[in-house]
Design a protein around this ligand. Structure first.
Ligand SMILES: [Cu+2]
Length: 302
């Protein structure tokens, strides 16, 4: 019931965003829908990271009908610039230059071992969700599902990495335009992080999984964390295959419109915050945006 209310609230707010402040709503909607898919798909390797120029020198493969293989300088986001390493392989979208330097967006770092770990975990999670069927939803007292996703540093993180830790976990997306939804959820996570530290909770890890894996690449998540001054020493943002996100949402009982228009920056969703204990069991959950960081910290072991 609470979750339904949240969905309706989000829907109302979205309608407002859609019809409110700017003219040409339909055209803007199309532009927004194209934003996550525009440009030319491209693969390549980083030749050099030119941090002071905010660019990467990339040896990119041929883009049939558009550009032969060549080494080019590309603007990238701050997060990708921070993650990029010489020799790293990537796939991205190449955006035409407006100022002489082209741009890479939607960068996914390619690594055969990491990618196969994530893919296999997503397949197991898919099977697990199907096997559980109608009881896919995990109640308080049940275990955290197994998963492997990419962190905001572009590394693989498996659920087992946090064994022996208490985890405060939620789902957000970086483009969420509703102040009382994801932006507030992230502030509360930061507040819980600080309060837990003050209270002497020794082993807390905070985890935010994206609701928007199409747009929220590791680099976008890293930029989100840095822009908010988030202490990422025990706060990790995760992204990965859409199927894995979808299965996690189902198992954690979060409603989200992943099936909405492709590339749309607006996702209708509910909010859920979970506390996982050091044995991997769901110890507590709060649905909606009215959860209290202090209450969660009160439930943590110290
Ligand atoms: Cu949101």
């Amino acid at each position: 019931m609470i979750r339904m209310t949240m969905a309706v609230t989000a829907l109302g707010a979205l309608a407002l965003v859609g019809t409110g402040c700017r003219p040409g709503g339909a055209a803007r909607g199309n532009a927004a829908a194209e934003e996550a898919t525009r440009g030319h798909p491209v693969t390549g390797r980083v030749v050099a990271v030119m941090a002071e120029r905010g660019t990467l020198l990339v040896d990119h493969d041929e883009i049939p009908g558009y550009m032969p293989r060549m080494t080019m300088e590309f603007h990238v986001g701050q997060g990708d610039l921070a993650i990029a390493k010489e020799g790293a392989e990537l796939r991205a979208r190449l955006i035409e230059a407006e100022n002489g330097i082209f741009r890479l967006e939607g960068i996914w770092w390619q690594d055969a071992v990491a990618d196969s770990t994530v893919r296999q975990a997503a397949e197991r999670l898919r099977e697990d969700t199907q096997l559980r069927g109608r009881s896919a939803y995990r109640e308080v007292g049940e275990n955290l599902p197994d998963f492997a996703l990419y962190t905001h540093n572009g590394e693989v993180a498996q659920a087992a990495r946090w064994r022996g830790k208490q985890i405060l976990l939620n789902f957000i997306y970086t483009r969420c335009p509703i102040a009382t939804m994801c932006p507030l959820a992230t502030s509360k996570m930061m507040e819980a992080q600080e309060k837990a530290r003050e209270a002497g909770v020794p082993n807390l890890e905070l985890v935010s999984i994206t609701l928007d894996p199409e747009y929220d690449t590791p680099g976008v998540l890293r930029e989100y964390a840095e822009a908010r001054g988030i202490d990422t020493s025990n706060f990790t943002f995760l992204t990965g295959p859409e199927s894995a996100i979808r299965d996690l949402l189902k198992q954690f009982g979060v409603l989200s419109e992943l099936d909405g228009p492709k590339g749309s920056p607006l996702i209708r969703h509910t909010l859920t915050t979970l506390l996982i204990d050091e044995t991997g069991k769901i110890a507590w959950r709060a649905d909606g945006s009215n959860w209290s960081p202090a209450e969660f910290v009160g439930k943590m072991k110290r």
